[in-house]
Design a binder for this molecule. Sequence first.
Ligand code: SF4
Length: 183
Amino acid sequence: MQDTPLVHSLQHDCAACSGLCCVVLPFDAGQGFGFDKEAHMPCSHLQHDFGCGIHKDLEAQGFRGCIHYSCHGAGQRVTRLFGESSWRSNPARAAEIYAVFTRMQKLHELQQLLQVALATVSNELWQKRLQREQSRLEQLCQQVEVQNAVDVVAAAATIHTLLRQLATEPAIVALRSTQTTRG
Ligand code: SF4
């Protein structure tokens, strides 16, 4: 197992995405979205070029949830993976695209958690442990790209257990108590 992780960008790039979060995810009007929307239905504000028709006005229109959401780079990765086939241009593949995105965004979210943890710890053993998990997650992402049969729930349980252990490390406890005192 390699120690240096092969990490795709965890920064979302909406310009390189086919609006996957605006289609795949459900909305709840009570949670920062202007209306309720079922999963796998395109938002009515999504434009033909996959841009948002109310991008400059999201807050005022009640879509704070869109401002704060990030797929952590899963959207552009899945869009690139399917090339010329988007959920719109090739509806026959839409269910497959949605399934891959759903798993990929969870795996990228876990990678983001590890990246934050890596930026926090200086202990070399923990750095290596976290990097090893990052490599494992990236391998799972690559599996999702070819067969989509990846247990993301098990992957999440592993990462959350690891981060809970990390949170009890004396250096992290001390850091948190400093932040709490400052706050
Ligand atoms: S309001 Fe805009 S950003 Fe939010 S889901 Fe709809 S199209 Fe996407």
